[in-house]
Design a protein around this ligand. Structure first.
Ligand code: NAD
Ligand code: ZN
Length: 237
C-alpha cells in the first residue's frame, strides 16, 4: 500500500479508537452503554419519555471528558492529516479526543458531547463550564426553553453533514476505518461507497467488524498500537 501526499484519504473512526483512553464502547457490550440499554438513553423517544434519565446519563458522559486524554491513535491521525493535501476525518464518536489531539479536518457525524442545543430556537452552545455539567437542566439563554438537550444524533435521527461526507468518500483514493463495529448506519455504509468508487480500503479493529470482507487490508488489534505503527510506515515508505 502506497500513499502520496496528494492521495485523497478519508478516515472513519468509532468508539474503539477512544477505548484505550478509557471511554467505553457501545455494541461491544451487547447494545448496552455504561449500564444502559441504547433505546433507554439514546433515542428521541427516550428524551420525551424520561428526560431526566437521558440528561443525567449524558451529563455523566460529558463530565467524563474532563478525566480522559487522547491516545497514540488520535495523535497519529494528526500526523497523517498534516502530511496530506486532501484529508477528511469522520468520527462517530461524540467525545472530543480527536479535536484535542489536534485534528482539524474533522466531522462529528453523530454530534458532540461538549455542546448543548435548544430544540425550540435551535441555538447550539459550547457547554463545558461547571454550571453546565451539573445534574440540573441548563436553560436556553436565547429563548424561554428550560432544558437544552445534548447536541447528539440519537438513533432514529439524521446524522450531520452527510452531503459533505458522501462527497469526500465518493472521490477518495484511500478509505480507512478504525475502531468501528460496522453496525451503525449510515456510517457503516461508507465503506461500500468507498469500495464502489475503487478506493483502497483499510480496516483496523480489535474484532473483525460486520463488513470485514469489504476491506482490501484488515489489521486486527489495538488501535493505540496499530494506528501509529501503520501511519509511520506509510509516511516513511
Ligand atoms: P461500537 O462500540 O459499535 O464498536 C466499537 C468497535 O471497536 C468494536 O468492534 C470493537 O471490537 C472495537 N474496539 C474496541 N476496543 C478497541 C481498541 N482498543 N482498538 C481497536 N478497536 C477496538 O462503536 P461504533 O461503531 O463507533 O458505533 C457505536 C455508536 O456509539 C456510535 O454511533 C457512537 O456515536 C456511539 N459511541 C460513542 C463513544 C465515544 O464517543 N467515544 C463511545 C461509545 C459509543
Ligand atoms: Zn432557545
Amino acid at each position: 500500500m502506497m500513499f502520496q501526499s496528494n492521495s485523497r484519504v478519508v478516515v472513519l473512526t468509532g468508539a474503539g479508537i477512544s477505548a484505550e483512553s478509557g471511554i467505553r464502547t457501545f455494541r461491544a457490550n451487547d447494545g448496552v452503554w455504561e449500564n444502559h440499554r441504547i433505546e433507554d438513553v439514546a433515542t428521541p423517544f427516550a428524551w420525551e419519555r424520561d428526560p431526566k434519565l437521558v440528561w443525567e446519563f449524558y451529563q455523566g458522559r460529558r463530565r467524563q471528558l474532563l478525566d480522559v486524554v487522547p491516545n497514540s491513535a488520535h495523535d497519529a491521525l494528526v500526523l497523517l492529516e498534516n502530511y496530506l493535501d486532501e484529508f477528511l476525518l469522520i468520527t462517530q464518536n461524540v467525545d472530543d479526543l480527536h479535536s484535542r489531539a489536534g485534528s482539524k479536518k474533522l466531522i462529528h457525524i453523530h454530534g458532540e458531547l461538549r455542546k448543548l442545543r435548544c430544540e425550540t430556537c435551535g441555538q447550539v452552545i459550547e457547554a463545558m463550564n461547571d454550571e453546565h455539567l451539573q445534574n440540573q437542566y441548563v436553560e436556553c439563554t436565547q429563548c424561554t426553553d428550560k432544558k437544552l438537550r445534548p447536541h447528539i444524533v440519537w438513533f432514529h435521527e439524521m446524522p450531520f453533514q452527510m452531503n459533505e461526507i458522501y462527497d469526500a468518500v465518493g472521490k477518495c483514493d484511500v478509505f480507512i476505518a478504525i475502531g468501528t463495529s460496522g453496525h451503525v448506519y449510515p456510517a457503516a455504509g461508507l465503506l461500500s461507497v468507498a469500495k464502489d468508487v475503487g478506493a483502497y480500503c483499510i480496516g483496523i479493529n480489535l474484532d473483525p467488524p460486520e463488513n470485514v470482507s469489504l476491506f482490501d487490508e484488515f489489521h486486527q488489534g489495538l488501535a493505540g498500537e496499530l494506528v501509529p505503527a501503520l501511519i509511520s510506515k506509510w509516511l516513511n515508505e
